[in-house]
Design a protein around this ligand. Structure first.
Ligand code: G3H
Ligand code: 13P
Ligand code: ZN
Length: 340
């Protein structure tokens, strides 16, 4: 099956009340890990690349790796998504490279740091929706700001500051009407990266009630949770056991995500947990068998460790078992639907 628009996956997920993990990739082994987990669990897949990932891999490598993933897994529907596009130009270049979905993150200015105005966000998101929908490509937008920074992207807000930039449900409703985006990333108190919460999050810091209210106002909009790694203690411990120096931290509990899925969350972004799994596995090989130097000796366990995390998330989010039931709707058909 060729890569398909993300909207097809999210519509199917909404129809059957499940969520779809969106996993970031920077290498062949990460793409392979996701596909291994998807093949084993019969899961539809969202693979996403940040701007940093695109420049690290080079778009041409990424495009061909994704084509390989779909050739080798013809029964698995796959969407390829630009994570945190900082400008219409970034989104358009992704579309030119064959991405079937883009995120126009106009919650921040093009520098990827300064919180933007509502008007700016609407303006850039509209531009992207117009061009993307004409080609059948899906658009995710964001309103409200998360904490943390990804590869230079992010306002760098502390936990408390992020609470001041939560998504306002009334504004979210207006924003979707003003832009026509397919999916909306909302800020509910999470942050990107490994340091989200210093204690297990409760409703004071992780505002699941905001999701409920947004879903009540926008029952037909697919909601997206960024910063949704759970930062499992065992992965942090594994890294530290083999020489790492990560501080204690708490992520987003899988149960909170499952609650979100009951209230309209259809796309769940996970990167950090996979990074932790890969790093722990590599450190273990280096520490236990320092005589080894063949990259396969550590990349294979790293790939397996990531596949295990992805598999667990696919099962927990409910996407497992659905791959062969997602309709094969391509970009052209999607473009026709947007036109009508
Ligand atoms: O955007 C969120 C992901 O964690 C990607 O991070 O920008 O460091 O590639 P990155
Ligand atoms: P984590 O850092 O929690 O994995 O979030 C990833 C993300 O939101 C990518 O856009
Ligand atoms: Zn994100």
């Amino acid at each position: 099956m060729p890569l398909i628009p993300m909207r097809v996956l999210l519509d199917h997920a909404a129809e059957h009340d499940y969520g779809v993990g969106a996993f970031d990739v920077n290498s062949m082994e990460q793409i392979q890990a996701i596909m291994m987990a998807a093949a084993e669990t019969n899961s539809p897949v969202i693979v996403q690349a940040s701007r940093g990932a695109r420049s690290f891999t080079n778009d041409n490598y990424l495009r061909h790796l994704m084509l390989a993933a779909s050739e080798l897994n013809p029964n698995i529907p796959i969407a390829m998504h630009q994570d945190h596009g900082n400008s219409p130009a970034t989104c358009f270049s992704a579309i030119d490279q064959g991405f079937t979905s883009v995120m126009m993150d106009g919650s921040l200015m093009e520098d990827g740091k300064s919180p933007a105005t509502y008007e700016y966000n609407v303006e850039v998101t509209r531009q992207v929706v117009k061009r993307a929908h004409a080609l059948g490509v899906t658009v995710e937008a964001e309103i409200g700001c998360l904490g943390g920074i990804e590869d230079g992207h992010g306002a760098g807000l502390t936990g408390d500051e992020a609470l001041a930039h939560l998504t306002d449900p009334a504004e979210a409703e207006r924003f979707v009407a003003d832009t026509g985006c397919d999916a909306l990333a909302v800020a509910i108190g999470t942050s990107h990266g490994a340091y989200k919460f210093t204690v297990k999050p409760t409703g004071d810091v992780l505002k699941m009630d905001v999701i409920e209210e947004i879903h009540r106002r926008l029952p037909n909009t697919h909601l997206v949770m960024h910063g949704s790694s759970s930062v499992p203690r065992e992965l942090v411990d594994m890294i530290n056991k083999y020489g790492g120096k990560l501080k204690e931290s708490y992520g987003v509990p899988v149960e909170a995500i499952q609650k979100g899925i009951k209230h309209g969350v259809r796309k769940i972004n996970v990167d950090t947990d996979n990074r932790l799994a890969i790093t722990g596995a590599i450190r273990k090989v280096f520490a236990e068998t320092p005589e080894k130097f063949d990259p396969r000796d550590y990349m294979k366990p790293a790939r397996e460790a990531m596949a295990q995390v992805v598999k667990e998330r696919m099962i927990a989010f409910g996407q497992a078992g659905w791959a062969d039931k997602v309709p094969n709707i391509g970009l052209d058909e999607m473009a026709r639907r947007y036109r009508s």
